[in-house]
Design a binder for this molecule. Structure first.
Ligand code: SF4
Ligand code: SF4
Length: 356
């Protein structure tokens, strides 16, 4: 026998900041995903389109599921928000990607909780642990587990901790008492919708991923459409703006977990510093980091666009120098046709800027 308070105590002991229990069943919000996908908001994320029905009920992945143990981990570290930094020559990287890859770190902790539950619950226990990558609508279950509410920016917000949270879960066969669903506390606020630079939040609680800088810099596999390149400004991986402006993040909880401390190369780097790194250096830097999802080529593609947007004379020199001779050999990713086309666009934009 194992109880909900024991599971929650163990979750905290393993390093999670929040733990709650959500019921399994037809939660009303689970149906919105199909509508969202049918609207075309998922763009090229075919894995979302393919798995939308599977994501409507966790019993699709674990038929014996009775409860979802939802977990949240604060990753906020003491660095200014992107809206405070605002230098066009500084590379903007989403906060969650500064340190170690949360899939690995949180995945190991969530697996440890699942094992611990299995040991105590006995042979009949069935459980599955996921972090982000599973076919689970984590934010919906997190809201029903009382961890926070889904804000108009579509992030999960906890009134005490803020929204800089990694979510993970153990779907399990235990019939645990669910926590109270968390209530929406956005009220009349619309700051995130107004602040989004690309109008990617067409309505409260709806994200048009095809306009979102996170999608454009991370998910989009080929070229960034020319009409959207100016929108990238200095964003090279993800975007934090709609969380930066949220009043619930004005004094968020901070993490002292070394896993989320920025790696030196990603600690407020300049665009030219990142661009002039060799491919080998970039590969080492993104190993074991969430940036690995973009890979060196997509990172270069985004850096080229951001350099083009920077209006910086040093950016022009950096691009020119790296596109010839031995310098290119150290950065063979720039020979990729997609990357090369974005570099060409950036060089043309910078030439026009310097003429203006
Ligand atoms: S992450 Fe950035 S681009 Fe995407 S919705 Fe938020 S503010 Fe807009
Ligand atoms: S900025 Fe305002 S509307 Fe947006 S998520 Fe935060 S509280 Fe809600």
């Amino acid at each position: 026998m194992i109880t909900a308070p024991e599971i929650k105590a163990q979750a905290l002991a393993l390093g999670f900041d929040l733990c709650g229990i959500a019921p399994v069943g037809s939660l009303p919000e689970l149906g919105f995903l199909r509508e969202w996908v049918d609207h075309g908001y998922a763009g090229e994320m075919s894995y979302m389109t393919r798995s939308a029905d599977r994501r409507a009920d966790v019993r699709a992945v674990l038929p014996s599921a009775r409860s979802v143990v939802m977990l949240a981990t604060v990753y906020h570290v003491d660095r200014p928000y992107s809206i405070e930094r605002g230098k066009p020559t500084e590379a903007s990287i989403a906060r969650y990607a500064w340190g170690d890859d949360y899939h690995q770190v949180i995945g190991a902790r969530t697996d440890a909780l699942c094992r611990w539950m299995a040991e105590r619950a006995g042979a009949a226990f069935q459980g599955k642990a996921y972090v982000d990558t599973g076919p689970v609508q984590e934010r919906v279950y997190a809201q029903h587990a009382g961890l926070g509410w889904i804000g108009k920016n579509t992030c999960l917000i906890n009134a005490e901790q803020g929204s800089w949270l990694f979510l993970s879960e153990v779907i399990c066969s235990l019939d645990l008492p669910p926590d109270e669903v968390a209530l929406d506390q956005c009220g009349n606020c619309t700051l995130c919708i107004e602040a989004c630079p690309t109008e990617a939040l067409p309505r409260p609680w709806v994200l048009d991923a095809t306009k979102c800088l996170s999608y454009l810099t991370i998910e989009l596999k080929n070229g960034v459409p020319e009409s959207q390149r100016d929108d990238l400004t200095n964003h090279v991986f993800g975007c934090d703006i709609c969380q930066d402006v949220c009043p619930w993040n004005s004094a968020p909880a901070k993490s002292d977990d070394g896993a989320w401390a920025p790696r030196a190369i990603f600690d407020r780097p300049s665009l030219t510093d990142l661009w002039t790194r060799s491919d080998a250096e970039l590969r080492v830097a993104i190993k074991g980091s969430a940036l690995k999802r973009a890979g060196v080529k997509r990172l270069r593609r985004n850096l080229a666009v951001a350099l083009g947007n920077s209006g910086d004379v040093k950016a022009r020199d950096a691009l020119d120098q790296t596109m010839s001779g031995a310098e290119t050999d150290k950065r063979s990713s720039v020979r990729d046709p997609v990357v090369a086309e974005h570099v060409d666009w950036a060089q043309r934009k910078l030439a026009l800027t310097s003429q203006g």
